[in-house]
Design a protein around this ligand. Structure first.
Ligand SMILES: [Fe+2]
Length: 162
């Protein structure tokens, strides 16, 4: 089940700009994950101070979703895309592999989404409201939309292990 958490009262546009600037520079300097479709950071961006507010609000969303409150392992990364970005792979994927034996929920946050293009799930397209964490079970298949945006679209994704 999907739940959404609106943080427009906590996260500012400047917070988003700082996070985008960090991601832009990481990718520009080659610090992006070569084993997944371009261009995605490594899954540790929550360790940078520019992402503090996004880490905090993602954790809060997960606590609310699961009705728990404890420190858990998380992963967080950012996907940068635009109309010129060539995708060679089938982009459908989930964040869950039953063989790992892990319970996970996942989150999506649109840092910058000029055309308000939401993530595609099997039977629907996610809305793409700003300042919002969308939390869902990690086994749901999804893929990025085929963006028509000429300027960069930045999406945060995260996993919470419990
Ligand atoms: Fe994903």
């Amino acid at each position: 089940m999907f739940k959404k958490y609106d943080y427009s009262h906590i996260i500012s546009s400047n917070d988003q700009k700082e996070a985008i600037s960090l991601v832009y520079n990481l990718i520009k300097t080659g610090n992006w994950c070569k084993s997944v479709p371009k261009f995605q950071t490594y899954s540790d961006i929550h360790k940078y101070s520019e992402l503090d507010i996004f880490k905090k609000t993602f954790l809060q969303s997960c606590y609310d979703y699961l009705n728990i409150n404890y420190n858990a392992k998380i992963l967080m990364w950012c996907y940068k895309d635009n109309i010129f970005n060539i995708k060679k792979k089938n982009l459908w994927h989930s964040h869950y592999d039953i063989s790992w034996g892990e319970n996970k929920i996942s989150g999506i946050y649109y840092l910058k989404n000029p055309l308000k293009e939401g993530t595609k799930f099997q039977n629907f397209t996610l809305e793409a409201n700003p300042y919002t964490w969308y939390i869902y079970p990690s086994n749901l298949l999804h893929r990025p939309p085929n963006t028509k945006s000429f300027v960069n679209r930045y999406t945060l994704a995260a996993d919470f292990y419990y």
